[in-house]
Design a protein. Sequence first.
Lengths: 450, 628
Amino acid sequence: MRRDINDTIAAIATAHGQGAIGIVRISGAEALAVLGRVFRPMPAEILSHQMYYGSICKDGEVVDEVMVCVMLSPRSFTREDSVEIYAHGGQFVLGEVLGAVVENGARLAEAGEFTKRAFLNGRINLAQAEAVMDLIGAKSGAARRAALRQLGGGLSQRIETVRDKILQWLAHIELSIDYPEHEEEARNASEILAEGGAVVADLKKLYETATTGRIIREGVRTAIIGRPNVGKSTLLNAILHENRAIVHETAGTTRDVLTEEVRIADIPLVIMDTAGLRETSDPIEKIGIEKTHEAAQDAELILYVADSTDGLTQEDKKIIEGLGQSAKQIILMNKSDLRESDDKSDSIKISAKTGEGLDKLFTKIRELFLAGNIGEGAESDIITRERHKILLEQSANHVTQAMQELQNGIPEDLVSVSLKAAYICLGEILGVEIGDDIVDRIFSEFCVGK
Amino acid sequence: MRMRKIIVIGGGHAGCEAALAAARIGARVTMFVLSLDSVALMPCNPCIGGSAKGHLVREIDALGGQMGKAIDATFIQSRMLNTAKGPAVYSLRAQADKKRYMEYMKQVLESEPNISLREGEVVDILTEENKVVGVRIESGGVVDCDAVIVCTGTYLNARCLYGETITHTGPNGLRNSKGLSESLKRLGFALQRFKTGTPARIHRRSIDFSKMSVQHGDEKLVPFSFETDPATVAREQVPCHLTYTTPRTHELIRESIHRSAMYSGLIDATGTRYCPSIEDKIVRFADKERHPVFVEPEGLYTQEMYVQGMSSALPEDVQIEIYRSVTGLENCEIMRVAYAIEYDCIDATQLTLGLEAKHISGLFFAGQINGSSGYEEAAAQGLVAGISAANAQIEIGRADGYIGVLIDDLVTKGTAEPYRMMTSRAEYRLLLRQDNADLRLTPKAYAAGLIPASRFATFQQKASAIQQEITHLQNTTISPEVANPILAAKSSTPIKSGARLSDLIKRPELSYFDFKDLRPWGRCPQSPTREHSSLDPHHLLAVFEQVDIQLKYEGYIAIQLEQAAAFRKVEEKLIPTDIDYNSIGGLRLEARQKLSALRPVNFGQASRVTGISPADLSVLMVYVRTLQ
């Protein structure tokens, strides 16, 4: 895991935040090879300083439609072979593109590293050297502070716990290797296997908080779904505090999908108001219903609105069933101002008209998207950096590999290579170097020696 | 050309290898020892090798050193450890006959024409303009020289302690070295005080072996030296025994812990976590119900037995009681008591990677004086110091050998306690195996003039036979009819169509040796190596073992080779040693101070200096570029 100036590096080059286009930049001798592994279709011969259209793929799936431009050495900013990938804006997409690139042979760039290379390769003149050195210092300081801020106490604690467990495994393996006469003190491979699943699960949970991080930036895609005329648009209006959607007594008024962004309980929601779902012969309404289904497919949160004066009807139940399990669901019994309802306990009674029960809805949303994922979660307790997400993913992969190796009877000295790699990945998130950790752990945990 | 005159101070394991390496390269060596009767003494455990240490011995041998051959000639038990834990950590460990080991080594030194052995104490190192010009000995005489290698081990200003008893001696009651500490201080070395210890020796007849479990040597013997034919080392072996402490042992120690020299405040030197005394173990690991104790013979012609695991600085009366509380030692007769020993050592960060003082040309250090612990660690440093002092060039990096890891750790990071080699310290462990030490280092040894042309020729034959056989296996496909009976015998899934031998060997349940004796068939030719090689059978066997390991772990090895190549690129990026770090604006103050003090020679070394961040390195890289 050495930081070498001969590595091929990659980073998101555009500013943080939303934009129509975002750029992922790759630089180094392997830049083209990396591109070849993620870009489809990869032209047999690629010309420098020409744009190519295609897709970025990760694990066989298309991540985004992009344009790419290759700039061959020395005609690039760093004077190395460079590739720029012009993807759609938004951190999620760019993160995925960067993830694909990193999985295929590039490593994440350090703060100021592109500039540093530009200088080392003579792209920037000597007089600018001092400025470059200051820049590196300042940037790495800023990056460190940002990482610390984003990690927060709770999360770094959780990463530290997993990391400590891996260190403990390593200490056991290394003890039995370095002190064979004391190997009865060490636990054997099967004990590691028994705990490995839990560690991978922990890493996955941490990885999911990275997804929560994206939610904080980009919002939860939320669909309001229900039969016609149950008050979906009224609900949207109540949430937005403004008359944005057309509200009409006639069933089937909303035939398009309206989207609105709003921040509720610290969570940005991207709300899609949809056409009511029912059997219809009206072709225009049919289109609306189709779009509703699309919105439901795309959503991460479904607010299912039912009319409490009717209760949860057979039709409602059928629609809910058809929504599938991919999104989180909240069932809202609307029009509570018209009827005292005694229905199902896991639904929330609201009146979109009077605003009654909305606070309960907001609490529930917060629970589902913050607390539900990350325990005592506060915004600071969330990994927002793609870097962390990638490292967590790599770490989980290394542990999984180590478990497979143990199962296949691969000897311990090789298994420890995978475990050490997992350990180093987590250390990188925390900004700590490996040092003499393993040796120290052996001597603090075991009684060995002559 | 005038021969380079080198003085080696000390005749321990570092001193022996230093003198031999320098002499073999062609320097004129005088070796001063405090006593000619204690050359190559093993003052502590009677064994050579073990995990990582065995690797060091193999590397010393690959570089033309003597330790491997000495133990091959004098071992009384030998075992290959860790055979189930993977090829990178196979470790050879042998019990030595201490006396015979010393005799062997002294004889080798005596028969080397370029070495003069001389009893006497060196009390001062003489310099002119930061360059070594000679030494002064106890009698006042001055001996001129071009270089000095200081290998004072645990003798420098040493004292031994147990209970309230203090003797101002080196180990085993031998005289210590007094004058040199002051000389080193005057020359600008920061001395540290380190501490280690040794258990009691007990009489064989007083031990009840029936209460212990026995540990025999291996039947199939593997020598340490690549040049030793295994057939020549067959001998009757002596067993070791394993027993345990009892609750009574722990009780006794807790009662009298305040009387240990380690706990009464008599010792304030830095001890080691690597060989804690028995009282340390009881205090630090209070929940442990028992500790293992190994009883090992000190030699064939002595009744003294070494009691590994029972090092102590408790008073004699308590020692007798606690030893007798160990299962099987109820009636043991102590012949030598256990004691702790304190000695002076330097801070090795004052040295270059060639173990030469950065501020005094011609002054070298090797062994425990550099803060290490262990015979093998000392010998490895002695070898490198001997080579450097003789003005030969050799570079052994962290990706080339444990020797590289050892020396880089000592001179780049320094050590706060006696440093023991461990396989966990090596980043490229899969490459630094004990089986391939010759492939890694012998070419370097030949280039430096450490080994004769005849040995190198054999080595080259072996190396090319390995390549040839690997290529042969990669190009040889065998049919299901031929392969499946062999696979069935090993419960391996049968093949449906032809498979390459190199692929079959990768299956965990199979090895090269399952296919080695296949006769030629069909389109599959017989191996040229097996048919025509003129190598001795034992070298040929080494070829086969090498082929097996290299093919079996090819994937893993390839990954580490790639990492090592990237590592070496950074090591090749040199930093001028006359840089004024204080003039680099972007560098943090801490980094300026650390780098000024250590003066790393390349970016790899700079990256390993404690407290240097990646950003510091980037700034330094930019700065160095501005100098060009």
